[in-house]
Design a protein around this ligand. Structure first.
Ligand code: ADP
Ligand code: MG
Length: 413
């Protein structure tokens, strides 16, 4: 930029400042949220409706540790968002408050995914030198015996336990430690979303881990209503969230999965949308918009993992869906169904614009198959008589949203 342009540039900035946001202005705006952290998935509410039985059972099962005896191992199974993690966190709070010679440690096995990493993390609180790495497994094992050997009951919660690569080895080590220990003990509470993960275990570690098994069911629409209501009351200012918006979020979720995490995401996102648009209420309309936004986030993640040719084919489908199929209108059909032939033509056009060589029709068919498997499109064979016999394609999401997502990615301008 030369000097003249630079001054001109400064002038533009100076003129803009008058209308620019200020911190004072932002901070003085009253938010519709009272405390949005209550709506985060990491928040642990004091009350957990519909999990009273599971909480009592868990407390009963771990209570021997507080009396100096080793509890049995436990496996907790349930689909995502059924309250497994939040329940164990609640039990841990009460366990710690007892201040006995017992420790309960929580680890997420996505991060701590091997026997070595798990032992290292569990013992770090007791053996500060473990902050440094480079100690072998035998050393960690000795330390485990030392720490528990003082009579300490150690309860290790392994969330997403199916992510542990050498779980059989870990269970074996713990069993051996318990056999060797004269006082104290080590107990595992494993949590998993995957019903069949136990099939991958050795018979020995399976029977050891599954001494107790608990199943967390999915939530019904009525249950989600209550959970959402409670969180919305604590998270939003009074009178902001409409009862009907909560019922809608609960119904959408129950219909889909019964996953309380998803329901909370919907309500939080609905609040953020209302706030951004300067609204003072969260209604059905914001929940619908939130649902689209949350779905779009998921679709966008899927699209990001697609190879370029798949993206181009999906882009072609989105573009044609926006204008409506020429052919199906000729056939007197609803224009939202596309013919594979016209998509292929559009695919070739876009490849030309991107200066890419289009792949052969055989590949193109594969791309359509993959897109269908991922739920991005649906295909149906046409009835006989329509242009011979062909396949009709329909896009799964709003074509405008998809078109924009891919246009930005492929820089199609
Ligand atoms: P999971 O571990 O089974 O996938 P979480 O325990 O993480 O599920 O729960 C997901 C979200 O739903 C969390 O924000 C949690 O606070 C909330 N939640 C789950 N069950 C309840 C409940 N019974 N009452 C209140 N909030 C709940
Ligand atoms: Mg969890």
């Amino acid at each position: 930029m030369d000097e003249l342009h630079f001054h001109y540039y400064l002038l533009i900035i100076a003129c803009d400042i008058g209308s620019m946001a200020s911190f004072d202005e932002i901070l003085s705006k009253e938010s519709i949220f009272k405390d949005s952290s209550v709506l985060s998935p990491h928040f642990v509410p004091r009350e957990l409706p519909f999990r009273e039985d599971q909480l009592s059972e868990l407390m009963l099962l771990v209570s021997p540790a507080l009396a100096g005896k080793k509890p049995k191992n436990i496996i907790i199974y349930g689909k995502s968002g059924t309250g497994k993690t939040v329940c164990i966190k609640r039990v841990m709070e009460d366990f710690d408050a007892q201040k006995k010679n017992a420790t309960i440690v929580y680890l997420n096995c996505r991060i701590y995914s091997s026997r070595y990493r798990i032992l290292q993390k569990v013992l770090k609180g007791f053996v500060p030198e473990l902050e440094r790495s480079g100690f072998g497994l035998p050393f960690l094992y000795e330390k485990l015996l030392d720490v528990a050997g003082t009579g300490r009951q150690m309860v290790i919660v392994l969330d997403e336990i199916d992510m542990v690569k050498d779980l059989d080895d870990l269970v074996y080590t713990m069993t051996r430690a318990n056999d060797e220990l004269k006082a104290g003990g080590v107990t595992i509470i494993g949590i998993s979303n995957r019903l069949h993960f136990k099939d991958a275990l050795d018979t020995r570690s399976r029977s050891s881990l599954y001494e107790n098994e608990m199943v967390f069911p999915g939530y019904t629409s009525e249950q989600l209503q209550k959970i959402l209501f409670q969180r919305a009351e604590a998270g939003f200012r009074k009178g902001i969230v409409d009862g009907s918006a909560i019922n809608l979020a609960a119904a959408i979720t129950a219909n889909d999965s019964g996953d309380a995490r998803y329901a909370l995401k919907l309500i939080l996102k609905a609040g953020e949308i209302a706030e951004k648009e300067g609204k003072k209420e969260v209604t059905d309309a914001e929940v619908e918009a939130a649902r689209r936004a949350v779905e779009l986030d998921l679709v966008s993640e899927t699209i990001n993992t697609l190879p370029e040719n798949h993206q181009i084919v999906l882009y072609a489908i989105a573009k044609l869906s926006m204008s409506g199929s020429k052919y199906s209108r000729l056939e007197g059909m609803d224009g939202s169904f596309l013919f594979t032939g016209e998509i292929h033509e559009e695919y070739e056009n876009i490849c030309r614009r991107l200066r890419k060589k289009p792949r052969t029709p055989r590949w193109y068919k594969e791309y359509l198959n993959d897109l269908e498997t991922l739920g991005l499109i649906t295909t149906t064979p046409s009835s006989k008589g329509i242009r011979g016999h062909t396949t009709l394609i329909k896009i799964g999401q709003n074509p405008r949203d998809i078109e924009k997502l891919i246009r930005d990615k492929l820089a199609l301008g």
